[in-house]
Design a protein around this ligand. Structure first.
Ligand SMILES: CC(C)(COP(=O)(O)OP(=O)(O)OC[C@H]1O[C@@H](n2cnc3c(N)ncnc32)[C@H](O)[C@@H]1OP(=O)(O)O)[C@@H](O)C(=O)NCCC(=O)NCCS
Length: 172
């Protein structure tokens, strides 16, 4: 039975950065809704990953790393607010499980880990957004997220293929 684990990571070294970049590229090219449209190359994702890691290294944000038998199998990031009035909650970005592991319950494991990390940090609720038409909002609704808003047509995948940005929140 493979051992799945989620842990908070505050410092990302070069080896882990390479794992994250490979995972994000594979997830995107398999059609995952994590900011890109296939086909996508690692060098298009790298600057976006590096911006995310800047926040992690600043101490404001956290990387939630999913491993299976010690190997990277997915991740998510928890991004805190810069506003002193919004320090009690965070935004979850880039939730992903590597295509080789999708559909085996690891998304649920990853999000349970995200919630544990958020509670340890004192965050009281989490928000995230899901791309309309992918079914991913159903995944989050099953975990207790509720839709609090929707921006119709906010995501343009291609000319003529606009998707809603579905805004979801979960109280911890
Ligand atoms: C979304 C994602 C993280 C879910 O992880 P996963 O390991 O595939 O999901 P799990 O096997 O843990 O599924 C948990 C439950 O959610 C449901 N579910 C998962 N993905 C779903 C989808 N796209 N549509 C509808 N339901 C879904 C599963 O059927 C399962 O339901 P059950 O509890 O009734 O059995 C993963 O599929 C993924 O990385 N997708 C690509 C990236 C992406 O789109 N991320 C979302 C960013 S907002």
């Amino acid at each position: 039975m493979p051992a799945a684990e989620v842990r908070a990571v505050a410092a990302v070294d070069d080896a882990l950065r390479a794992d994250l970049l490979a995972c994000w590229t594979d997830v995107s090219n398999a059609g995952g809704a994590v900011g890109f449209v296939p086909p996508v190359q690692p060098d298009e994702i790298a600057p976006v990953l590096d911006r995310l890691l800047e926040g992690v290294h600043s101490g404001r944000d956290v990387l939630a790393l999913l491993t299976v038998d010690g190997a990277t199998a997915g991740f998510a990031t928890l991004v805190g607010s810069l506003s002193p009035l919004r320090r009690h909650w965070a935004t979850v970005l880039r939730v992903q499980v590597h295509p080789a592991h999708q559909g085996t319950g690891l998304g649920r494991v990853l999000m349970a880990g995200v919630h544990d990390i958020a509670r340890e940090r004192g965050w009281e609720f989490l928000v995230l957004s899901a791309r309309g038409g992918t079914g991913v909002d159903t995944f989050y609704r099953r975990l207790g997220y509720q839709e609090y808003g929707r921006l119709p047509g906010a995501i343009r995948l291609a000319p003529g293929d606009d998707r809603d940005d579905i805004l979801l929140a979960c109280r911890l």
